[in-house]
Design a protein around this ligand. Structure first.
Ligand SMILES: [Zn+2]
Ligand SMILES: [Zn+2]
Length: 384
C-alpha cells in the first residue's frame, strides 16, 4: 500500500538528558531534542495486519494537523520543532475516517463495512495515570501517527478500544463522501471539547467565548463553543484567509489582532464584561496572555490548548482579582469526548465542512503537509 512516511536522524542534543526508554527504544519524549533533519515521503509499505485486539481500517480521509507540520519544520540546527512523542520512521496522520475491513481475533465491537474514526492515544488501562482516569497521560501510551503507524495510508490498524462508529453522521450528511470528510474532522473538534468540558469546570450556556488563534483547532473549537450555547464567539486571528473562513462559518466577531486593539475590541463586544471563556489556540502566548489577562470576566475560565515553545508572563494578581481559573488541556482520550462530539455533528449543531479548504491525493500527501505549513488553510485533507 502507499503511505506517507516520516523519518529523521536520531541525534540527541548533547545537553539533553535522555531517559532509559528514549535510549533503548528510540521513543522520543521531546522530539525537538532528539530528531534532526526530518524527511517526509510517500512510499510503498506492507499493508498492516490487525493484531488480536485491533481492527484494520481502509482510510477514506485524513486531516493534516499542526503537529504533522511541526514534525517537518526545523530550527536552525535542523532539529524538529515538534516537542512531544515520536518513534520514527512512522506513517503519520491521526485525524481520519474510514471503513472497517478486517477485525482481529479478539476484536468484536465492529463489523466489516462500519464507518469509523479513532482516538489518537492508546492507553494501557493499568498504570496509575490510567487508573486515575487520565488515560491521555498513560505512562505506557502509544500514539497513532506518532509512535505507531498512522492514517496517511491506504490502511491503518488501530486498537478497537480507540475506535468509534460514525454511522449516525448519515442523519446530517446524506452523501457518503461528505460523511467521511466530516468524520475526519472529529478529532480536531474533540481537542476543544475536551478542554472546555472535561478540563474546565463550569462553562455554561450564554458565556462569552474568545479564541486566540483561528487555525484548524481554533475554527473547530469555535464550532464546538457555538454548539454548546456560547452567548458570543469572538476570535482574534492575523491571517486574512482564516478570518474569512471564520466569517463563512457564520461568526461575526472575528478580528485581526495586529490591526485592532484586542483589549478595546473585547470591551466593545462584551460591553465591558470581558470573556467568560478564553481559549488559547495560537501558540503566540507572549502576545495573547497580556490580552487574556486584561479581559477576564469575573470567574473566567482560561483553557490553554496550544503547544507554545515558550512561557508567557502570568499576571497572577489578575487571576486572583477576577476569580479566574487557568486550565491546561492536553490529549482528549476517554471521558466520552468522541461520542458526544459525533452526536453534535449528527444533530447538525457542528458542521466542519466549510473549514476544509484543500484536499490532496495520497500520492501528494507530502505536498499536503507543506501546504498546511503555509498556515492559510482551515483544514487540509488527504483523500486515499
Ligand atoms: Zn491533530
Ligand atoms: Zn496507562
Amino acid at each position: 500500500m502507499r503511505a506517507l512516511v516520516l523519518d529523521a536522524g536520531w541525534n540527541p542534543r548533547p545537553d539533553y538528558d535522555l531517559s532509559d526508554d528514549e535510549r533503548e527504544r528510540r521513543l522520543a519524549m521531546n522530539s525537538s531534542q532528539t530528531w534532526q533533519h526530518p524527511e517526509l515521503a510517500v512510499e510503498e509499505r506492507e499493508r498492516p495486519e490487525p493484531a488480536d485486539d485491533e481492527v484494520l481500517v481502509r482510510v477514506r480521509y485524513a486531516g493534516v494537523c499542526g503537529s504533522d507540520v511541526s514534525m517537518l519544520e526545523t530550527d536552525g540546527e535542523g532539529y524538529m520543532h515538534y516537542s512531544a512523542y515520536t518513534k520514527l520512521p512512522t506513517v503519520t496522520g491521526h485525524e481520519f475516517s474510514g471503513e472497517v475491513v478486517e477485525t482481529g481475533r479478539d476484536a468484536n465491537l465492529f463489523e466489516e463495512g462500519d464507518p469509523v474514526t479513532a482516538e489518537v492515544t492508546d492507553y494501557c488501562g493499568r498504570c496509575q495515570m490510567c487508573r486515575q482516569g487520565f488515560r491521555g497521560h498513560c505512562e505506557n501510551f502509544e500514539q497513532v501517527g506518532f509512535t505507531m503507524d498512522g492514517a496517511f495510508a491506504e490502511f491503518v490498524a488501530v486498537p478497537e478500544k480507540l475506535v468509534w462508529d460514525v454511522s449516525e453522521l448519515a442523519e446530517q450528511y446524506d452523501d457518503e463522501d461528505r460523511l467521511f470528510r466530516a468524520a475526519a474532522t472529529i478529532e480536531p473538534s474533540t481537542i476543544s471539547y475536551h478542554g472546555l468540558f472535561t478540563r474546565a469546570d463550569d462553562i455554561v450556556p450564554g458565556d462569552y467565548h474568545v479564541y486566540h488563534g483561528a487555525g484548524p483547532i481554533g475554527l473547530t473549537g469555535m464550532n464546538v463553543s457555538r454548539a454548546a450555547g456560547a452567548g458570543k464567539v469572538i476570535a482574534f486571528e492575523p491571517s486574512d484567509e482564516r478570518r474569512e473562513i471564520a466569517r463563512n462559518l457564520g461568526f461575526e466577531h472575528v478580528y485581526d489582532p495586529i490591526e485592532v486593539d484586542p483589549v478595546e475590541t473585547m470591551a466593545d463586544v462584551t460591553d465591558g464584561a470581558g470573556a467568560d471563556v478564553h481559549v488559547e489556540t495560537s501558540g503566540a502566548v507572549a502576545a495573547t496572555y497580556p490580552v487574556i489577562q486584561e479581559t477576564l470576566a469575573e470567574g473566567a475560565n482560561v483553557v490553554h490548548i496550544s503547544n507554545a515553545g515558550s512561557d508567557p508572563d502570568l499576571a497572577l494578581r489578575k487571576y486572583q482579582g477576577n476569580s479566574a481559573q487557568l486550565y491546561g488541556a492536553e490529549g482528549h482520550t476517554g471521558q466520552q469526548v468522541y461520542p458526544r462530539t459525533i452526536r453534535l455533528m449528527a444533530a447538525g449543531h457542528i458542521d466542519n465542512l466549510p473549514i476544509v479548504t484543500s484536499t490532496f491525493d495520497l500520492e501528494d500527501a507530502d505536498e499536503a503537509v507543506r501546504r498546511a505549513a503555509e498556515r492559510v488553510d482551515g483544514k487540509v485533507l488527504v483523500e486515499m
